[in-house]
Design a protein around this ligand. Structure first.
Ligand SMILES: Cc1ncc(COP(=O)(O)O)c(C=O)c1O
Length: 410
């Protein structure tokens, strides 16, 4: 008689986990009121301005500049700090493509470095080793919602005179030593794309405490005009990257729940870490004590193939899904192995400095292990379940662990 659902036994659960987004009625009311107001664009309305102030204050930042999506927020943040053609920008290789494509879209060269095996965030030692006379900035990704080590990265940035840009696309509500992420470095970028912990379908925002960077970011977000200058005078090359009032209204409505959701995800993450960590072959990704609120956009643990008799991660994930737990393998290749880099498909961003880099020759072992064999993900909405739901996750992983011999059976 099989014990595992993948082999035909009863699954641990059949109930779905909470769906995302939530609080649809309040969001529909807010969007409807904005539509009826006739003020759909941020030049006329007040929603985007309110969102900028409210979200900046939520993350303990002085300035918020809303834009159409997170990729644009990153590109504009890089441009605001003055990245120039051919500059090198250090970035981890285990992250979403936009962390690196934004560097290419700023005519600079991404320099990929490895992640820390315990936190899966960028390894500050590797960052320092990668600094050259051409380095201009570091992109610190708060991957999965876990704040990167902003103390060490801040020291390195100061020592070498580099800009420190926070890719906080996954880190709404994350705190480092009690401080909201996003404006701890020079400038930060968040995403409000559908899967994100704060969502309007699409959207993004830059945060900073620096008045000059805020002015540059606002000008870059809005056709290169300035707050003081006449509307049709333009001072730099910049597109229309503005957020709409409907996006602003949706985000304001969703923000009513953000604090409570962030606390719940954090608490459920702590519970899972304590319980899953007791199962042989399962090592939850670590949260350093100073990361005092983990946004848990993704809950991640490391699966040990060796401890599961060489059974590949993909098979373990199929087994988990069969038990009713929506697990994902996450990114299957490091960023430097993406076809855009190995085939040098840079389009209009082609430059001699970028074309000279042989990304194929790179080998970052911790990133590769995470992609190929170790990382298992749950998305943030799973962490919005109750304690019973978390118990089911633990039960499913423990059950597969106990019957690991059965995983080999096809
Ligand atoms: C780490 C990271 N950076 C940047 C982005 C880009 O954000 P967007 O999809 O809003 O352009 C995302 C999200 O998709 C992300 O996860």
């Amino acid at each position: 008689m099989p014990s595992l659902a993948i082999n035909g036994a009863a699954p641990v659960r059949t109930e779905p986990f909470p769906s995302w987004p939530m609080n649809l009625d309040a969001s529909a009311r807010a969007a409807g009121e904005t539509v009826r107001s006739g003020q759909w664009g941020s030049i006329q309305g007040e929603k985007v301005r309110s969102l900028e102030q409210r979200f900046a204050s939520f993350q303990h930042a002085e300035h918020g500049i809303a834009v159409c999506n997170g990729t644009t927020a990153l590109v504009l943040a890089l441009q605001a700090v003055g990245i120039e053609p051919g500059d090198e920008v250090i970035v981890p290789a285990y992250t979403f493509i936009a962390s690196a494509s934004s560097i290419v879209m700023s005519n600079a060269v991404p320099v990929f470095v490895d992640i820390d095996p315990l936190t899966y965030n960028v390894d500050p030692e590797k960052v320092e080793e990668a600094v050259t006379p051409r380095t201009r900035a570091i992109v610190a990704v708060h991957f999965a919602g876990l704040p990167a080590d902003m103390d060490r990265l801040g020291e390195i940035a100061r020592r070498y005179g580099l800009a420190l840009i926070e890719d906080a696309a996954q880190a709404h509500g994350a705190r480092w030593g009690g401080r909201g992420v996003g404006a701890i470095g020079s400038i930060g970028a968040f995403s409000f794309q559908s899967s994100k912990n704060l969502n309007a379908g699409e959207g993004g925002i830059m945060l900073t405490n620096d008045d000059d960077l805020a002015a540059a970011a606002r000008s870059l977000a809005d056709c290169g005009h300035t707050e003081q200058g006449p509307r049709y005078n333009h001072f730099r090359i910049a597109g229309n990257n503005r957020m709409t009032e409907v996006q602003g209204a949706l985000l304001l409505a969703q923000m009513d729940h953000l604090e409570a959701q962030a606390d719940l995800r954090h608490a459920n993450g702590e519970f899972l870490t304590e319980r899953l960590g007791a199962i042989p072959g399962i090592v939850p990704v670590a949260r350093p004590a100073k990361a005092d609120r983990h946004a848990r956009h993704i809950y991640m643990f490391r699966y040990s193939e060796a401890s599961f008799g060489g059974v590949p991660k993909t098979r373990f994930i199929e087994a988990l899904r069969a038990e009713g737990i929506p697990a994902s393998p996450g990114y299957s290749i490091p960023l430097y192995q993406q076809p855009v880099f190995t085939e040098r498909n840079y389009g209009v961003y082609r430059s001699p400095a970028l074309s000279a880099v042989d990304f194929d020759a790179l080998n970052l072992p911790v990133t590769e292990r995470a992609c190929y064999s170790e990382a298992v993900w749950f998305s943030q909405n799973v962490l919005l379940g109750g304690r019973d739901d978390m118990e089911d996750i633990v039960r499913a992983v423990a059950k597969i662990g106990e019957h690991r011999d059965e995983l080999g059976e096809a």
